[in-house]
Design a binder for this molecule. Structure first.
Ligand SMILES: [Fe+2]
Ligand SMILES: [Fe+2]
Length: 356
């Protein structure tokens, strides 16, 4: 086909109108940056309580189990996890609206059931569930450490309103239906979830309350998991704060998505696992992530879990605003091997609270 005819065809089908003959400009405008940005409103403040960020306690041991079982391509349901080394990830998010009303959100439900029971009791989440004081629960993704402790939540309130990504595998769906038991990975649940269930896809932004939205990124993730959803809070006089489970979609992607798609988005901060130096081994690209995050000009970075202590330390040394945690986590019955004894606590750890 002649070049002129090819271009004519594109114009006729409405596919693209070129800028200076490149074809690039209109495609970016049409298919990448949305013409219409989403207005998510504003909230007054956000209180984040780290219920637990210790999904495993001994990182080298966890890495060895992953290696011995065939690596990160193997489904998590097929791995004989060491039950003495696992804990879980969850956070309590309390939002104050501009009119003074409040909403309480539970993000994720840990991994091992008795650890989930323990940290729910330490943080008061157990009573909130029993008294139906959780407005909504969001499971960020199907990973074991965020989701497999679901029985601990359901035994307190089987009707808790729930949002999950719409990409769960059959095992994950069976687990939620109370019909799953696995003798290898030792995950099970016999209590069906019977409340409202929202399965969120990547094509829309779920606006929960003024200034609070959930976005699902349909990304492939290690250990055969697909899709992770994160929160965007738009806090008055501050800006956009993202709250993540593992941040498998990448902090840069998540933040630039907000800039391109949320009306008036001014980036402010983040909380959660950032999935950078997961197993504490260094990679030169981690330096580039520091440079990239600097460009976002965030004011507060609260990180923990799969961020990598090694990355958080280096990021702080290079001037990123890493929020320091307290020593409260040392009062918990089990401690991570990474961190205790360090001069500074570069993680927001179990029991820590961040108010923005
Ligand atoms: Fe995780
Ligand atoms: Fe994860």
């Amino acid at each position: 086909m002649e070049r002129r005819e090819f271009l004519k065809g594109l114009v006729a089908t409405g596919t693209a109108v070129t800028v200076a003959g490149t074809g690039i400009g209109p495609l970016i405008k049409k298919g990448y940056a949305a013409d219409k940005k989403e207005d998510i409103g504003q909230c007054k403040s956000l209180k984040i309580t780290c219920v637990s960020e210790t999904s495993w306690f001994d990182t080298p041991l966890q890495l060895q189990i992953v290696k011995d079982s065939g690596g990160t391509l193997v489904s998590g349901y097929a791995v004989p996890w060491n039950q003495d080394n696992i804990g879980g990830y969850s956070a309590l998010l309390e939002v104050e609206q501009l009119d003074g009303s409040k909403h309480t959100i539970l993000m994720d439900t840990n991994w091992k059931q008795d650890w989930c029971d323990y940290v729910f009791q330490k943080s008061g989440v157990d009573k909130l569930l029993e008294n139906k004081k959780i407005d909504i629960m969001v499971i960020t993704h199907e990973h074991f450490d965020h989701y497999w402790g679901i029985r601990s939540t359901l035994k307190r309130w089987e009707k808790v309103p729930l949002v999950i990504p719409n990409t769960f595998y059959p095992e994950g769906k069976a687990l939620l239906a109370g019909k799953y038991k696995n003798d290898i990975s030792k995950v099970y649940n016999d209590i069906p979830h019977t409340g409202h269930l929202e399965e969120l896809g990547p094509d829309r932004l779920l606006k929960l309350y003024p200034g609070v939205a959930v976005k699902m990124f349909d990304v492939p993730i290690m250990h055969r998991v697909r899709g992770e959803q994160n929160f965007y809070f738009n806090i008055k006089d501050k800006g956009i704060v993202t709250v993540t489970g593992c941040c498998h979609a990448g902090l840069m992607n998540i933040m630039t998505w907000a800039q391109r798609n949320i009306e008036g988005a001014k980036l402010y901060g983040c909380y959660g696992g950032l999935h950078i130096a997961v197993f504490e081994n260094w990679d030169p690209k981690f330096d580039d992530i520091i440079k990239g995050v600097k460009r976002l000009n965030l004011q507060q970075i609260g990180c923990n879990h799969c961020t990598g202590w090694i990355w958080a330390q280096k990021a702080r040394a290079e001037g990123l605003p890493i929020v320091l945690g307290t020593q409260k986590y040392t009062t918990y019955k089990k401690l991570p091997t990474t961190g205790p004894g360090a001069k500074e606590n570069v993680y927001l750890r179990n029991g820590d609270v961040l108010v923005i």
